[in-house]
Design a binder for this molecule. Structure first.
Ligand SMILES: CCCCCCCCCCCCC/C=C/[C@@H](O)[C@H](COP(=O)(O)O)NC(=O)CCCCCCCCCCCCCCC
Ligand SMILES: Nc1ncnc2c1ncn2[C@@H]1O[C@H](COP(=O)(O)OP(=O)(O)O)[C@@H](O)[C@H]1O
Ligand SMILES: [Ca+2]
Length: 595
């Protein structure tokens, strides 16, 4: 046995096999002795991924059992498992039971490992405020928390105050108004809507305390210290999926426990000088707005409501007139079409931190920005695009979700201070279907003639001053009547009046009746589809802001770099299977974690 500050080494037993255990700085490893190829039998993990060190033989699954033996200690840690090609690994709770030659040595191991945890993991949460939405997703929030997450928090020594919500916005209001002293973070068990409540609470509270007005689109918002954790139990789970790579409650609970920290860009949406909402994933007009409006009254369907509504809205075949102005980000740094991916430890995001929060910036210059001397107008030249759009989407991150594993903008970054603006101009139904379908495969959804994408810092949306000249559209109220169901000749032929003056009177009458019959049928189908869509016969769509319908159409969006922090670390590459074959020297302890 050997110990000095931060280093300890001794022989231990795992089952009936003798091992050499070594704690050296921020790594803990154990190697099976009496084996020829020792490298291949070393398990090594960073102390930061140790969940707990317990005296005795401890099990927590299927239920907690403690056998208080003198010479044993049990180590719980993060264990990765491969989920298939290209996907981020799932995390689960690894468990190894060590038997030491003496009680004294066992006590020393437990003490040294706990000291290492304190030294190397200073930002782990001790106390959390947890909000459960009992009605989110498949309504399993309470069950997921109590059976899966709470035992892990307890094992890690985290105490939590749990609030099961009884109404929408309860979590947001709690964070805005109640005493949060002693909490190291807030956690939601639910979907993107629940996350959005926490986001609004945390940002609002931070600005209140800093005396910053959220309504001013030019203000530098105060970055938020209180971390947000997401236990996925919703319908889309986009924020969780895009920041962790999987939507799995255990993986997310472990990220929270080890105190991971992922900065996140946030977009503020304003109408004139009023803050409307914040968004991290989708601010979308046209298709995504219509899908949301349509899906709201089908909440009873659960997560499937989006697919069903998506199908109906697709059939409605709508496009909308608008002017989109945007402030481009520096195209020298990155581009939405550079084929890069924002992964854990992303260099672009780390380098952005310095750009977003320059150390030289004194508090007085921040103050002058708050006084309004800072202007988005002075950040560069605004560009403008006008036309009819199937959809206009702005996303601060990739917005990947189980429905679309690469997301709305696969190369977007979580924390680079920019968003991606995607403009899908009006096109035929097949073209739009191709665009949508490419969200689900490896083909580039931006490589289509009617799609453009820009990396931006701000976006403005408005309507053209006069739309009279737009003949194709007809009067405002009757616009956006669906042109037809693709492949349905009746609907497609119904678009214009048939010229019948050239026909004989008999023929003409029969033809007219047939026409009228067809028109009637077409109208019925059309009315049925229009009736299904809530923004019935409207010339305008609505904005979908992370799953909430905005009450305004003309908006200004501004991206605030790294405004909040999540208990996450970005998407990890699936290195498990690859590194397994490279042996343990390169594997950093992640490849051969077996109990
Ligand atoms: C043909 C297949 C098309 C698949 C297209 C997938 C595009 C997916 C992009 C997803 C962006 C997600 C952005 C996140 C939004 C969430 O904040 C937000 C709230 O989530 P919550 O209820 O969990 O709280 N979610 C949403 O607003 C839902 C938007 C989802 C739209 C999905 C639309 C599915 C469309 C299916 C179209 C089918 C057309 C078929 C025609 C034959
Ligand atoms: N107790 C509750 N009753 C009704 N609505 C709630 C409650 N708690 C939260 N909500 C609201 O429900 C909406 C949807 O919740 P979310 O957890 O995102 O599920 P989903 O992903 O299925 O939409 C959120 O906008 C949230 O504000
Ligand atoms: Ca971004």
């Amino acid at each position: 046995m050997e110990t000095d500050s931060g280093r300890m080494e001794s022989s231990v037993w795992l089952g009936n096999k003798r091992h050499r255990a070594l704690l050296s700085g921020w790594r803990f490893s154990w190697t099976e002795l009496d084996k020829k190829n020792r490298d291949k039998n070393t398990i090594s993990l960073p102390v930061s991924e140790v969940v707990a060190v317990m005296e005795g033989q401890v099990e927590i699954q299927p239920q907690k059992k403690v056998k208080d033996t003198d010479r044993d200690f049990t180590l719980f840690y993060v264990k990765r498992s491969n989920t298939g090609s290209g996907k981020a690994p799932l995390w689960s709770l690894g468990r190894s039971q060590f038997c030491c030659p003496s009680r004294d040595l066992r006590d020393q191991w437990v003490t040294q490992l706990r000291i290492a945890l304190k030294t190397h993991c200073p930002s782990r949460p001790h106390r959390l405020l947890v909000f459960i939405n009992p009605y989110g997703g498949k309504k399993k929030g309470k069950q997921i928390y109590h059976s899966t997450v709470a035992p892990l928090f307890e094992l890690a020594g985290i105490s939590s105050h749990v609030v099961v919500t009884e109404r929408a916005n309860q979590a947001r209001d709690h964070i805005l108004k109640k005493d949060l002293t002693g909490f190291d973070g807030v956690v939601c068990v639910g979907g993107d809507g629940m996350f959005s409540e926490l986001l609004h609470g945390v940002i609002g509270r931070t600005q209140q305390e800093a005396g910053v007005s959220e309504h001013d689109p030019c203000v530098m918002l105060q970055p938020c210290d209180l971390h947000i954790g997401i236990i996925p139990a919703g319908s889309t789970d986009c924020v969780c999926f895009a920041t962790v790579g999987v939507n799995d409650p255990v993986t997310s609970a472990l990220h929270i426990i080890i105190g991971d920290s992922q900065p996140l860009d946030v977009c503020s949406v304003h109408h004139h000088s009023t803050l409307v909402r914040y968004s991290v994933s989708l601010v979308g007009y046209g298709f995504y707005g219509d899908v949301l409006a349509e899906s709201e009254r089908r909440r009873w369907m659960g997560p499937l409501r989006y697919d069903y509504s998506g199908f109906l809205v697709y059939l409605c075949n709508r496009s909308y007139q608008g002017i989109v102005q945007y402030l481009p980000a520096d195209s020298q740094i990155t581009s939405p079409r550079d084929n890069s991916r924002c992964l854990s430890g992303c260099r672009v995001c780390s380098e952005s931190t310095e750009r977003l929060f320059p150390r030289s910036e004194s508090s007085s210059s921040l103050y002058s920005r708050q006084l309004g001397q800072y202007s988005i107008e002075s950040e560069g030249e605004w560009l403008s695009v006008e036309g009819r759009f199937r959809c206009v989407s702005l996303t601060c991150m990739s917005s990947s979700c189980p429905r679309s594993p690469k997301g709305l903008s696969p190369s977007a970054h979580l924390a680079d201070g920019t968003g991606d603006l995607i403009l899908v101009r009006n096109t035929n139904p097949l073209g739009f279907l191709t665009y949508l379908h490419r969200h689900t495969n490896t083909q580039d959804q931006f490589d289509l003639p009617f799609v453009e994408v820009h990396r931006v810092k701000a976006v403005r949306f408005s309507f053209p001053p006069s739309e009279e000249a737009d003949d194709e559209d007809g009067p405002k109220e009757s616009r956006n009547i669906p042109a037809g169901i693709p492949g349905d000749p009746e609907m497609l032929s119904d678009a214009g009046d048939v010229e019948s003056g050239r026909l004989g009177s008999q023929q003409c009458l029969a033809e007219k009746r047939r026409e009228q019959g067809m028109k009637e049928k077409g109208r019925k189908k059309r009315d049925y589809l229009c009736g299904l869509c809530s923004s019935k016969r409207s010339a305008t769509s609505v904005w979908n802001c992370d799953g909430e319908i905005l009450p305004y159409s003309e908006i200004l969006c501004r991206v605030h770099g790294q405004l909040v922090h999540l208990f996450a670390r970005g998407i990890e590459e699936d290195t498990v299977s690859r590194k397994y074959h490279e042996g343990s020297r390169n594997c950093q302890g992640r490849c051969i974690l077996h109990n």
